[in-house]
Design a protein around this ligand. Structure first.
Ligand SMILES: Cc1cc2nc3c(=O)[nH]c(=O)nc-3n(C[C@H](O)[C@H](O)[C@H](O)COP(=O)(O)OP(=O)(O)OC[C@H]3O[C@@H](n4cnc5c(N)ncnc54)[C@H](O)[C@@H]3O)c2cc1C
Length: 488
């Protein structure tokens, strides 16, 4: 018996492990594992599990015609593989390589030893354009391009053989009755391969001509960006499938600029995951070790206000409340939230990184930790961007549509005041039914001095010899000569 172990690749097409397993003579069991240890990790949230569960339900619907299904287990991976080995005598396990957090990294190392000891071959296939075992980036882009242009790996599902198999009660029974699995929450992007393709097709055939124009706008970006991120993060669609479809289709519908900008972001995606694959310690600490002495004392009141969307800065609060409700924000609003936390409130990036990881439906370790540090201005290799929330509000939510939607307490304010409610007079507060400090908070910090302080300290760090030395190391290890580290 061979196992196909689905991880962040919840689809049935362009799936090399499935192709390879089905090409052999052995019977194949399809497996997904919800692991208690993963759920206890601080970046985990129910919305991720719901997206995974409903993606698998969609796969199982497609598999009905082959009398097959993905069997869902709840338990630690090692226990489950040990059980399956005793039951069936496993020959091979087929899966994609995973660039996950420290927990899944350690789990995979332990599993590799277990498989080896038991004589089970683990066939791991590269995923998402990431190249395992690299020491530097020379030739990375070319290899990535080849990977994106390679033929799709579509399995012959007709080769699946019906199996008389039920997941043992101990491994699933209590978990499957979770209320969270009864119905998929409507406020999140719907899960599954078919939904991913619908999203890709509307983007590549209709929405892409307006992509760059609305990329950073708080509200319009929700309609004109691709919105493929959760599908790519949980593997409802592969980067290669998106790349090839867009290359073929979009060039007929959109200008070269829009298509190129989008395809570049697919490359950035792999670039960030590659970086994490090669130096995973920065899940916890600064990638640039020169920032180890940066002091940002925790202020729990600030942190709480940021987490709840109650800082008194409307675009910041609207963004936070929006991501809590919907799981999505565009790049600029994510960057601004992090800048506000780490610059204006002067809090360490570690204090907010899990909070947003939990709320992002598209949480992807490789992108998330690197972007957090980049936006916090502690990489040393990129320009420091300290976003002014008032300017962002005026530019990216000019008419206040986004703020009015997520902060109903400000809905009656005229647009000019919406960006700076603290300028309301007592009479205006009465008129617009919004008393400062009661219906909506006063700003928790004074903006200008806070931004100045952050700028002064961060720029002074840029000159430290240990930061400069680390810059060299980072550039050598993570950046190809011709390519700069990416941000918008
Ligand atoms: C602090 C912070 C944390 C982030 N965390 C995540 C995360 O956990 N998961 C995640 O997928 N993205 C993350 N991003 C990157 C980016 O914001 C999202 O990928 C993007 O907003 C998703 O929307 P979209 O699919 O409509 O993107 P589009 O603009 O349509 O881009 C297409 C795809 O390219 C990739 N992409 C786009 N922008 C970037 C970028 N700047 N860096 C790397 N890849 C990119 C994504 O896979 C995206 O789906 C983060 C950004 C910041 C600033």
């Amino acid at each position: 018996m061979n196992i196909v172990w689905f991880k962040r690749d919840l689809r049935l097409r362009d799936h090399a492990p499935l192709c390879e397993a089905l090409a052999g003579e052995e019977r194949v069991l399809l497996v997904y594992i919800f692991e208690p240890s993963v759920q206890a990790y601080p970046d985990w949230s129910w919305r991720h599990a719901q997206f995974q569960y409903f993606s698998i339900q969609a796969m199982n619907k497609d598999l009905e015609k082959y009398s097959a299904k993905v069997h869902i287990f709840f338990g630690e991976a090692r226990d489950i593989f040990a059980h399956l080995h005793t039951e069936f005598g496993l020959k091979g396990v087929y899966s994609h390589q995973e660039t996950g957090n420290k927990l899944t990294y350690d789990r995979d190392i332990a599993l590799a030893s277990f498989f080896k000891a038991e004589g089970i071959t683990w066939h791991e296939t590269p995923a998402q354009g990431v190249q395992r075992g690299r020491q530097d980036r020379q030739g990375w882009s070319e290899a990535w391009e080849r990977d994106m242009q390679a033929p799709l790996q579509n399995p012959d599902l007709g080769k699946l053989q019906p199996l008389e198999f039920e997941v043992p009660v101990d491994f699933w029974a209590t978990y499957k009755h979770q209320k969270k699995f009864k119905e998929y929450p409507k406020q999140f992007q719907p899960a599954g391969e078919e939904k991913a393709w619908q999203c890709l097709k509307t983007f590549a055939n209709k929405r892409i001509p307006n992509y760059l124009k609305h990329l950073s706008e708080a509200e319009a970006s929700r309609h004109f960006c691709s919105r493929l991120s959760p599908y790519l993060a949980w593997g409802n669609i592969s980067t290669r499938q998106v790349y090839q479809y867009c290359q073929n289709k979009s060039e007929k519908t959109a200008s070269k600029r829009n298509v190129e900008a989008f395809l570049a972001r697919l490359r950035w995606r792999s670039h960030f995951i590659q970086k994490f694959e090669m130096e995973e310690r920065y899940e916890f600490e600064h990638l640039n070790k020169g920032y180890a002495t940066l002091e940002q004392p925790l202020n729990l009141a600030y942190l709480d206000a940021w987490k709840q969307g109650k800082t008194g800065f409307p675009i910041v609060d609207a963004s936070m409340r929006c991501v809590i409700a919907t799981g999505y924000l565009n790049f600029r609003m994510r960057a601004m939230l992090v800048s506000f936390l780490t610059h204006v409130l002067w809090q360490p990036w570690q204090s907010g990184v899990h909070h947003l990881a939990k709320y992002f439906l598209d949480y992807e370790t490789g992108i998330h930790y690197c972007q957090f540090q980049m936006q916090a201005g502690v990489l040393g290799t990129n320009t420091i961007r300290i976003y002014n929330p008032v300017k962002q509000s005026q530019e990216q939510d000019e008419k206040g549509t986004f703020i009015r939607q997520w902060l109903p307490e400000l809905a009656h304010l005229p647009t000019a005041l919406l960006h700076k409610p603290w300028e309301m007079t007592a009479m205006e507060q009465e008129m617009y039914h919004c008393r400062l400090g009661i219906e909506y908070p006063l700003p928790i910090v004074e903006l200008k001095p806070a931004m100045q302080k952050a700028s002064q300290i961060l720029w002074s760090f840029r000159k430290l010899p240990e930061v400069l030395q680390e810059n060299k190391r980072i550039l050598h290890r993570h950046i190809e000569h011709s390519v700069k580290d990416e941000q918008e």
